[in-house]
Design a protein around this ligand. Structure first.
Ligand SMILES: NC(=O)c1ccc[n+]([C@@H]2O[C@H](COP(=O)([O-])OP(=O)(O)OC[C@H]3O[C@@H](n4cnc5c(N)ncnc54)[C@H](O)[C@@H]3O)[C@@H](O)[C@H]2O)c1
Length: 267
């Protein structure tokens, strides 16, 4: 039965793979048997991820790429065609935004955040989807959404939350558009996980000291997530074990979205 969870013989493109959740997922895909094309704007981090993938005996092709740049995304997928000639799995991972209150957010900051968090995901999904349709063997497209796209967070998360809600609806639309071609499209919705970006935020002197305690009030499992927490759900969605799973927004959040804002997990 566990064979259906294997990614052997599959090729995965993972963006944002130099760090955090996408890095953990890329290495997890390799551990499950996939070969990888990994992309990011952080070259050193990419090479670090590639070393971990190769140590598991899988192929790792490295491609620096800003997913907000259409030409760079074209080049990424041209590289995929040259090296592998197929794509079975796409994992959309990067994010970028300036934390700012809506009344003060500039149009440039809005556009920059949407370009990475939403448009970049679409560009990669479109490139992968076209190839999956042409090859006729189906595929799995997974985007990292967020609890921020499912409920409001405040604290200047505004444009990021709006972009993530867009990622969630893109997931549903593409799942329906491409179901007939055997392409499954799903999203993972993490709550706070201790990745480099979250650690930087927690360690920022401008951040309220009580933030972790506040965040934990919203997480019934009463701990912050670790990057490893997202690997199993990602491998599942990428694999044939999820053959009838599409259009799903899967929280990986220790119960955060299950908890009503008026509720409490302290008895
Ligand atoms: N960590 C969390 O608690 C959490 C919670 C909810 C959602 N998420 C989502 O998980 C994903 C990964 O976040 P993380 O916490 O691992 O962050 P991270 O900062 O550790 O990793 C993000 C990676 O994206 C890369 N990147 C940024 N802009 C890029 C671009 N234009 N093109 C290519 N790569 C780019 C960065 O270089 C970095 O390697 C994001 O989509 C984020 O919104 C994270």
């Amino acid at each position: 039965m566990l064979k259906s969870f294997s990614l052997e013989g599959k090729v995965a493109v993972v963006t944002g793979a130099a760090s955090g959740l996408s890095q953990a997922i890329a290495i997890g895909f390799a551990a499950a048997g996939a070969d990888l094309l990994i992309a990011d704007i952080n070259h050193d981090g990419l090479h670090e991820t590639a070393r971990s993938i190769r140590a598991l005996g899988q192929k790792a092709e490295v491609c620096p790429c800003d997913i907000a740049d259409e030409d760079a995304v074209d080049s990424l997928f041209a590289r995929l065609d040259d090296v592998y000639g197929q794509v079975d799995i796409l994992l959309n991972g990067p994010f970028a935004f300036n934390r700012e209150k809506p009344a003060r957010l500039t149009l440039d900051d809005w556009n920059d955040a949407i370009a990475v968090c939403l448009t970049g995901f679409f560009l990669c999904a479109q490139q992968a989807g076209r190839r999956m349709i042409e090859r006729g063997a189906g595929g799995s497209i997974i985007s990292i959404g967020s609890i921020a796209g499912a409920s409001a967070l405040g604290r200047g998360n505004f444009v990021y939350s709006v972009a993530k809600a867009g990622v969630h609806q893109m997931t549903r639309e593409l799942a329906v558009e491409w179901a007939g071609q055997g392409i499954r499209v799903n999203a993972l919705l993490p709550a706070q996980m201790l990745t480099p970006s979250v650690l930087r935020w927690l360690e920022d002197p401008a951040t309220d000291e009580g933030l972790v305690a506040h965040l934990l009030k919203g997480i019934p499992m009463n701990r912050m997530g670790e990057p490893e927490d997202i690997v199993g759900p990602a491998v599942f969605l990428a694999s044939d074990a999820a053959a009838f799973v599409t259009g799903t927004l899967l929280p990986v959040d220790g119960g955060n979205l299950a908890l009503n804002a008026g509720g409490s997990h302290k008895w």
